[in-house]
Design a protein around this ligand. Sequence first.
Ligand code: NAD
Length: 483
Amino acid sequence: MQIEKYLSNYINGELRKPIDGEYLDNLEPATGQVYSYIPASKTADVEQAVKAAEEAFPGWSNAGIKFRSEVMLRIAAGIKKYENELVAAESKDNGKPESLARLVDIPRAHDNIHFFATAIEHFASESHHMENLAINYTLRRPIGIVGCISPWNLPLYLFTWKIAPALAAGNCVVAKPSEVTPMSAYLFSKICIEAGLPKGVLNIVHGLGPDAGQAIVEHPKVKAISFTGGTKTGEHLARTAAPMFKKLSLELGGKNPNIIFDDAAIDKAVETSVKAAFSNQGQICLCGSRIYIQDKLYNEFRDKFVDAVAKLKLGDPKNPDTNIGAIVSKTHFEKILNHIDRAKDEGGKILIGGQAVKGKGRCADGYFIAPTVIEGLTPKCSTNKDEIFGPVVTLNRFKTEDEVVDLANGTSYGLSATIFTSDLNRAHRVAERIEAGIVWINTWLLRDLRTPFGGVKSSGVGREGGFEALRFFTEPKNVCIKY
Ligand code: NAD
């Protein structure tokens, strides 16, 4: 697959330049160099995309589940076919190790499309019987044109996670990937063309959030928005969309607790907690960034954890041995370093890391930060409350189950939590009391695509995944028939 220097939008089934001819720089974070240019699309480009979606909607929504499913399965096959190109592109664009993109991002993008292409064949609606009087049934029709807006941390993975259920349910989509990591979405548009997706069914508009993103959210013909990104952006989106009565699904930030009880299998807890802390340079909304360790196990866990972190290999994302790649952008790199400085000001003791690292060879100007472990902070300090979204974790001591539940619930976020214990009763008890949309016991990031996914509190509104997503992307209508 050819990768041009100047990317294009994908509108009405074809690759199109931005109307006003403006482009944004696209950088490779591992080298700090500009390597391609992204359309800086504006309202006029979004207008074209909405028009194309509007024209495509009657055909796509009435084409039948079998047809939609078959087209989507061809798209999934295209992701498999171009796996190597997508892996390389995702790593180059984002800074993540190629090994991670190969293990997680690209297979998951394939699975998202494949899952919803088949899930739609099993999706059923409800029926409510009023004895001797009437029967109600619920019709679920696609909404129409929907907007899907995604972030930079898991670019194609999260982009397809929204687009797939929207398309399967019969909607037409105007989607915007992050301007920081546009490349895999661009390649995806080529895969859709090759797979024969009818024109206008999916439109991909590149550009800045306040320009292209805002134009999608504001457009009166876009009836629902599925958004993943920062909590502040989510608030802004809700303020824009709510007065227009749009359906909204918001998947936002997290500051997830990782709880280690005295009775945990310590080596497994250390290994999993290192992954939960530093995968994708700590830039996964589900990363466990506040680690709570019960008193008796604290010193042993801390020492083993720091030893394991010391073994992580930081460097060129292309190197198969690399565990820690580059931070996604200069802005984000500086933000994380500021957070580390603040942690020191708050009295935190850096056990390992705590600074930027100069890359070698072609990576000399890349954005690398050593995996950082901090202890000695209070529960209420900003480092333990604010999302950092980088390779930075805190270690914190606790004594009792009640205390750790309070600590875990003590931030404005509520996305996920991880609990390590060998006491099954305790696992169930604590899981029930934690304010989060997802709780993992003795594991992390184990995902079944049928399960509801999302957060509570400032981590979001609504659930993605499985039939929840198909319900979001359809409008229920009750039909009541009297006997
Ligand atoms: P972001 O909010 O800056 O951007 C996300 C997307 O929104 C981008 O495509 C951006 O261009 C767009 N956008 C920005 N302003 C907009 C506007 N006014 N109107 C419409 N769109 C706009 O987030 P980010 O920095 O790309 O991603 C990191 C954040 O995403 C973190 O907070 C992380 O926790 C969160 N995240 C959450 C989940 C989840 O499932 N809950 C998953 C991944 C990432």
